[in-house]
Design a protein around this ligand. Structure first.
Ligand code: NDP
Ligand code: PYC
Length: 343
């Protein structure tokens, strides 16, 4: 009998994948509510082909829960501090359930005050950021979020890593189409993609990172084992990464990426930091015209030759997943079933 190739794929209905992930989270120590938030988030990333934060992340969630580093049953504490400001203490749990707990109030405040800020601290974010902002744009709102992660990026001009990979995600409604969404690490590459390249034995493009001696390298293992990533775009990406540290950590009361020590929790992978979400109601300034103006801009971008909008690849993958089921490798599916205790 010939061995099955690593690349053999399986297809699962979105609801089936979500339910499988939910069972894994509960089995490994989360509450039902936390499992709901994480399973939906992770299944959505897999569905949209956001592979660095899809089922690839499940073993990391499981080892983190086993290490006692994160509280999988934490009950976030939501504090209504001002007309446009909400503070959430995630209580050492995940950021997604903290957002879920404050979401209704955040939308209500954005609609009444025109702008509202959600500052989450004492939280763990191990996921893609776009699922946190896209739903606001689907409701006609503009949303921006930042989250910091763990020290692995050398600030431009410095010698040692300090910043996290610190993504920025933005979502805005656009008339006649899905929302405009971008979500990008401020490092030259997401840490997850470096891990995936290392696993596949692939070399990286030039300019992504340095080895333990600070020398440029294309070897993902050299970056992961004592080396570091670089910010994207030199001093410009570095400034944005610094901004993320300030907004996601200093402003929320969360940890900077360099501030937590997980060495006593072998298996811990989830950064213990903070997250900021800003939601704006465009109706306050331009009535219902914002989405039409977005459309005009996108049309002009296409007019000058743009072929791919950020977010467009994900929406295409989402459509494909709706038709054929969410794609994962047979190996990944087997691993998930094992983690769920089902084989
Ligand atoms: P990418 O560089 O793959 O993509 C960044 C953005 O650019 C996406 O919106 C993408 O759209 C768009 N894009 C990519 N290529 C093109 C192109 N050729 N033309 C137009 N648009 C394009 O993402 P990153 O590697 O920077 O980040 C990956 C994920 O990692 C993100 O979801 C991020 O949130 C997550 N992350 C999470 C962290 C955390 O602490 N939780 C830390 C760091 C990263 P599309 O999606 O449609 O391809
Ligand atoms: O891919 O850089 C990353 C990352 C860090 C934390 C979660 N994802």
């Amino acid at each position: 009998m010939s061995a099955r190739p690593d690349t053999a794929v399986a297809h699962l209905a979105f609801a089936e994948l979500q339910a499988l992930l939910h069972r894994i989270f509960v089995r490994h120590g989360t509450s039902e509510a936390v499992a709901d938030a994480l399973a939906y988030n992770c299944a959505s990333a897999q569905r949209d082909g956001a592979h660095s934060h899809g089922v690839f992340r499940i073993p990391g969630y499981v080892s983190t829960l086993a290490s006692g580093w994160v509280d999988g049953k934490a009950l976030p504490e939501v504090e209504d501090v001002a007309s446009g400001y909400i503070r959430v203490d995630a209580k050492g749990g995940f950021a997604q359930p903290a957002l879920a707990a404050a979401r209704g109030l955040l939308v209500e405040k954005a609609r009444s005050a025109g702008v509202a800020v959600l500052a989450i601290h004492n939280s763990h974010h191990f996921a893609a950021l776009w699922p946190d902002v896209e739903p606001f744009a689907e409701q006609g709102l503009v949303a921006l979020s930042v989250v910091n992660s763990m020290t692995c990026v050398v600030p431009h001009g410095a010698q040692r890593p300090l910043f996290g990979t610190n993504p920025i995600a933005f979502a805005a409604p656009c008339a006649g189409s899905d929302p405009i969404v971008f979500d990008m690490a401020t490092s030259a590459m997401a840490h997850g993609d470096v891990q995936i390249a290392a696993r596949k034995g692939e070399q990286l493009p030039e300019g992504m990172g340095v080895d333990s001696q600070g020398q440029p390298t294309r070897d993902p293992k050299a970056i992961l084992e004592g080396g570091a990533l670089l910010p994207f775009g030199g001093h410009k990406g570095s400034a944005l990464s610094m901004m993320v540290e300030l907004l996601a950590a200093a402003l929320t009361g969360g940890n900077f990426s360099f501030e937590f020590d997980w060495s006593q929790h072998p298996g811990a992978k989830t950064p213990w930091t903070g997250q900021l979400i800003i939601v704006i109601d465009p109706a306050k300034s331009v009535g219902n015209r914002f989405a039409e103006r977005s459309r005009e801009l996108v049309n002009q971008m296409h007019e000058v030759g743009l072929k791919r909008m950020p977010g467009e690849r994900r929406y295409r993958e989402r459509e494909l997943s709706a038709q054929q089921g969410v794609t994962l490798t047979v190996q990944e599916l087997e691993q998930l079933r094992t983690l769920a205790g089902e084989q």
